[in-house]
Design a protein around this ligand. Structure first.
Ligand SMILES: [Cu+2]
Length: 552
């Protein structure tokens, strides 16, 4: 029963007790914000005199209030930013959204970002997907307290791609992310520019999230123990921070840049008229050639770059991008309970969803995870005749093979263990100074890693099958490539998802379904230090499903 959750819960109870009177007048969401752990804090980074930035940004983390649903405004935690130096298109606010501004960088730029923490709790920013030095990676070790500043300095080494900035303080990542702290980082490079892909108003970043609101329109983040196991699910699907998102577009090709900004929800994306989905890129940028899929899976923190061509569509026609039914992503027990409670109704997934009451309206959407619900409605509001055509070749990159790796016969293990009280990687939770021998990696090596379920399993005596569920596994540092994905005894539901993986590009997060064994090849170049690997089901991460590699 050792778990960080219990420790947190005790802290929560004691803090809630002491602070009860002071909290009484605050909205629930803000009360929740007051319960953060105090991080141990290392000295914050200082701007260095010999680093000459091309781009300089001040990034603020703060609580604020904005209107999301009709009625009362909603308290959120969010990022806002100010451009101190650099190209004027570096920062783009998303109107009416709590999401942080889109940051746009060029490969090779030297970037300085000063995080200024105006929250009443510790935080730190992680640049998800970016290849930066360990001390610039936003590890929980570097969390800063209210009023403090952390100066990040790094060179953009990434290829063209869409990445994420989000909080990473231990035990608080899920809640801070859920309360609104997230934003997109778009990197451009020369190879991509030559393609002249749809840009400007024809390039649309779409961040998909699920939230629960209380009767006063306040965000509710109150995961019970079983919701920490399955992940915490909302019953409202937001795109770029807005519910029931609608886009009015022209009858031509667009570039949709999708990001799953949910803490735990996995989407199975498809068009309502069964138009195939054309994928041109994944987490780490463009594929070599476009790929067509009947549907695509998008797990937390994954990104997909889509070519969406509305050419020939008539003015007034509508298309809906939605999530289709699938199963097997949450433990069989939770799925069964959820089905017993009825297939339709506006409630979260599984056991957690039961608390939110039933809705027998046949027109209600089934927003349980794995249910069928719309995400985004596109209306064609103007017919045009000129449209770019999809390039047949997108990018060129080295495809890693076993010949490139230091350990072709001995993959580094990423063993998932699943139990009712704990989700772990390689048998342990996150801890300071706890690097195991096999977690030490020679700098500038390329490694084979294998993600699988631990055979020892059995935390608390629960059978493995009953607790087996999907985990989006994320590795900090450089992108990796997927060498193989095999399903041994994958269980019911696998057939409902297996066509939806795009495995032939660069990735930093990979969805591992029950029964799957995934081999990846990842470079550990340029930077020594501690780099995290963890489940990006953020409830799992906060429970301790997170470890570090020491690159030495
Ligand atoms: Cu997980």
């Amino acid at each position: 029963m050792k778990s960080n959750f219990n420790l947190n819960r005790r802290r929560f109870l004691s803090q809630a007790g002491f602070g009860l009177l002071a909290f009484a007048g605050l909205p629930a969401a803000l009360q929740a914000m007051q319960t953060g752990d105090s991080m141990h804090t290392l000295p914050a980074g200082k701007a260095s005199a010999n680093f000459l930035p091309d781009v300089e940004i001040e990034l603020y983390a703060q609580a604020s209030k904005l209107s999301i649903l009709p009625g009362p405004a909603t308290w959120v935690m969010r990022y806002s930013a100010k451009l101190i130096k650099g190209p004027s298109n570096t920062l783009t606010d998303i109107p009416g959204s709590y999401l942080g501004p889109i940051m746009r960088f060029q490969t090779g730029q030297k970037i300085r970002i000063s995080l200024i923490n105006l929250l009443d709790e510790a935080t730190i920013v992680h640049w998800h997907g970016l290849h930066v030095p360990a001390e610039m990676d936003g590890s929980p070790h570097y969390a800063i307290a209210k009023g403090e500043r952390f100066v990040y300095e790094f060179e953009m080494l990434n290829r063209a791609s869409m990445n994420i900035y989000h909080p990473h303080p231990h035990h608080q990542t899920a809640r801070q992310f859920y309360m609104g702290m997230a934003g997109a980082i778009i990197v451009n490079d020369a190879e991509e520019s030559r393609l002249e892909l749809p840009s400007g108003e024809y390039e649309i970043p779409l961040v998909i999230q699920d939230k629960q609101f209380d009767n006063d329109n306040q965000l509710r983040y109150t995961p019970h123990m079983h919701e920490r196991m399955t992940g915490y699910f909302g019953d409202q699907i937001l795109v770029n921070g807005r519910p029931k998102q609608k886009l009015n577009l022209a009858s031509r090709a667009y570039r949709f840049r999708l990001m799953n900004g949910s803490t735990a929800r996995i989407y199975k994306l498809a068009w309502d008229d069964n138009t195939p989905i054309t994928v041109i890129g994944t987490d780490g940028g463009l594929l070599e050639t476009p790929v067509q899929k009947p549907y695509v899976m998008l797990a937390p923190a994954e990104r997909l770059d889509l070519w969406v061509d509305f050419s020939g569509r008539k003015k007034g026609s509508q298309l809906i991008l939605g999530s289709r039914a699938f199963s097997g992503a949450v433990p069989a027990m939770a799925e069964r309970m959820s089905n017993m409670m009825g297939g339709r109704g506006r409630h979260g997934m599984g056991m957690g969803g039961m608390h939110h009451g039933m809705n027998n309206d046949v027109n209600a959407e089934d927003t349980r995870m794995g249910g069928e619900y719309p995400i985004l409605t596109v209306t064609i509001n103007r017919e045009v005749t000129d449209s770019p055509t999809l390039p047949s070749h997108l990018s060129q990159f080295k495809r890693y093979s076993l010949n490139d790796v230091a350990n072709p016969k001995q993959p580094l293990p990423l063993a998932i263990s699943e139990g009712p009280m704990s989700m772990l990687l390689n048998g342990r939770g996150f801890a300071d100074d706890d690097v195991q021998d096999f977690e030490r990696i020679a700098v500038n090596s390329i490694q084979l890693l294998e993600i699988f379920r631990s055979q020892s399993g059995g935390h608390g005596g629960m059978g493995m099958g009953m607790m087996s569920m999907a985990h989006p596994i994320h590795l900090h540092g450089q992108y990796f490539q997927i060498l193989s994905r095999t399903a041994e005894n994958p269980g019911a539901g696998y057939d409902t998802v297996k066509e939806g993986f795009v495995d032939n590009g660069f990735k930093d997060t990979v969805l591992v379904m029950p029964g799957e064994r995934i081999k990846i090849i990842k470079p550990f170049q340029d930077f020594k230090g501690l780099f995290m690997y963890h489940c990006h089901n953020l409830e799992h991460e906060d429970m301790g499903m997170m470890r570090e590699f020491s690159v030495e």
